[in-house]
Design a protein around this ligand. Structure first.
Ligand SMILES: C[S@@+](CC[C@H](N)C(=O)[O-])C[C@H]1O[C@@H](n2cnc3c(N)ncnc32)[C@H](O)[C@@H]1O
Ligand code: SF4
Ligand code: SF4
Length: 412
């Protein structure tokens, strides 16, 4: 009884500020309508009556207030242009140097790993004769990244399995001191409560936990680590509970698309209230070097699994069936550094353009990005092109990586 009165009183006794806010929201909604029409034309979001709009994706219809999308419209239009037209790709490359801190760097902090996955794209990259960079070298590298001409904004810590590295938190703290965003890719084997607490407290922005199949036995068999599926899901939930954006990461083959396994991984993410799913195409490297890249019908099916803000292909920006695939490496939007200090176009490309133990980072990156490899378009994965493999095969395999034309094949 008392509660009922209190509710009614609350509504009638709405403060002046709340009423003004409601009025402004209403006016905002009215002015949103033309925006919604434009939005429909460019981004596939359909405006409906009552100032809501429908977003159809993955066979489902989501409804949200137009006002929610209104502020994001300029971004959506820009994205639609940059990611779905080839002119957009060229414009992206031209304006990128002007955009502050856009480059993503993937740093393999180690090639050691708790698993031995069939498909592992960095299989064979570990070289026992070479020492991995120690804490001092890694910190120096992070300092260089922070002031690099490449305008690095995000650091992906990667491997191997990054959580096996004991000084990982020290590296994360240094990156955060420099204002870099930190993302971690992990198989989840070591993601227990203590680790989750430390990662969350360190300010990690995003964690991606790999799940190859929603069938636990399939996942564990592929990773050759019994019980990993349960640990990985539990670890992802620990990060979610600590408010860190947590996604599942899954690679897809034609068989996995046909059997619905990729869609099932999305279901698992939803059931566990995780923030999304990254879908990786089959990348022809390491254990998958002889596989066929996804194409035609298979790729179309993969695209139908994308959902804005939830399921994306390769990089977070490619999250809508209308956005074209873009290889971030080819766009000069991303590069990779191995635990030995080799600077490479991509973690899956066994080619180094120089080593941080010998030269400053910027000199190597400048040289790398001048190479013709980066002029051959970004609409498909560099590692899924026959020309790239032919070029890699033509590179000398012996000697100092800094000798020879510009690059050299890494010692396996
Ligand atoms: C190389 S792993 C490194 C991080 C960690 N060890 C893990 O497995 O999550 C990063 C992601 O790349 C995926 N991956 C590895 N090799 C791949 C390949 N050849 N094709 C597609 N995805 C691959 C893994 O499944 C994982 O989700
Ligand atoms: S995919 Fe990740 S977990 Fe699997 S072997 Fe490669 S680095 Fe290790
Ligand atoms: S070459 Fe490009 S698309 Fe392929 S894995 Fe590397 S960054 Fe991704």
């Amino acid at each position: 009884m008392v509660h009922g009165e209190a509710n009614l009183g609350g509504r009638l006794g709405e403060s002046r500020i709340a009423r003004i806010r409601r009025g402004l929201l209403f006016i905002g909604g009215v002015f949103s309508a033309p925006w919604a029409v434009i939005m429909h034309a460019f981004s596939g979001i359909t405006p409906t009556r009552r100032m809501t709009c429908e977003l159809k994706s993955g066979g489902k219809t989501h409804r949200a207030p137009v006002a929610l999308f209104r502020d994001k419209l300029p971004q959506r239009l820009a994205k639609r242009f940059l990611y779905s037209t080839s002119l957009g790709g060229r414009v992206f490359r031209a304006i990128k140097p002007l955009i502050i801190r856009q480059t993503v760097v993937m740093l393999a902090v180690t090639y050691r790993c708790t698993c031995r996955c069939e498909h592992c794209g960095v299989k064979g990259a570990r070289d026992h004769a070479r020492g991995e960079m120690d804490t001092g070298e890694m910190l120096n590298l992070i300092d260089q990244l922070a002031r690099s001409r490449a305008k690095v904004g995000t650091l992906y810590l990667f491997g191997g399995e990054p959580l096996v590295r004991r000084d990982l938190l020290t590296l994360i703290h240094r990156a955060k001191e420099h204002g870099l965003k930190v993302v971690i890719d992990t198989n989840g084997a070591l993601l227990d409560e203590a680790m989750a607490d430390r990662l969350a407290a360190a300010g990690v922005e995003r964690v991606r936990v790999s799940i190859d199949s929603a069938i636990p036995e399939h996942h564990d068999a592929n990773r050759r680590l019994p019980g990993l599926y349960a640990k990985a899901i539990a670890g992802a939930c620990l990060m979610r509970d600590r408010g860190v954006r947590t996604e599942l990461s899954t690679f897809c083959t034609p068989e996995k698309i046909e059997s619905g396994e990729v869609a099932d991984v999305k279901r698992v993410a939803r059931e566990n209230r995780l923030n999304g799913v990254r879908i990786l195409s089959t990348i022809c490297s390491g254990g998958f070097v002889d596989s066929q890249p996804l194409a035609g019908d298979c790729e179309r099916k993969l695209y139908s699994l994308l959902e804005p803000g939830f399921a994306y292909y390769e990089m977070p920006n490619i999250d809508h069936p209308k956005y074209r695939f873009q290889c971030y490496s080819a766009l000069r939007g991303y590069f990779f550094i191995s635990p030995y200090g080799d600077v490479q176009p991509c973690c899956f490309m066994p080619v180094t353009f120089g080593n941080l133990r010998d030269e400053p980072l910027d000199d190597i990156v400048d040289r790398m990005w001048r190479h013709q490899l980066f002029d051959c378009g970004s609409s498909s994965c560099l590692m899924n092109r026959a020309e790239t493999h032919a070029w890699i095969a033509s590179l000398p395999t012996e000697g100092d990586p800094r000798q020879g034309p510009i690059d050299n094949r890494m010692q396996a």
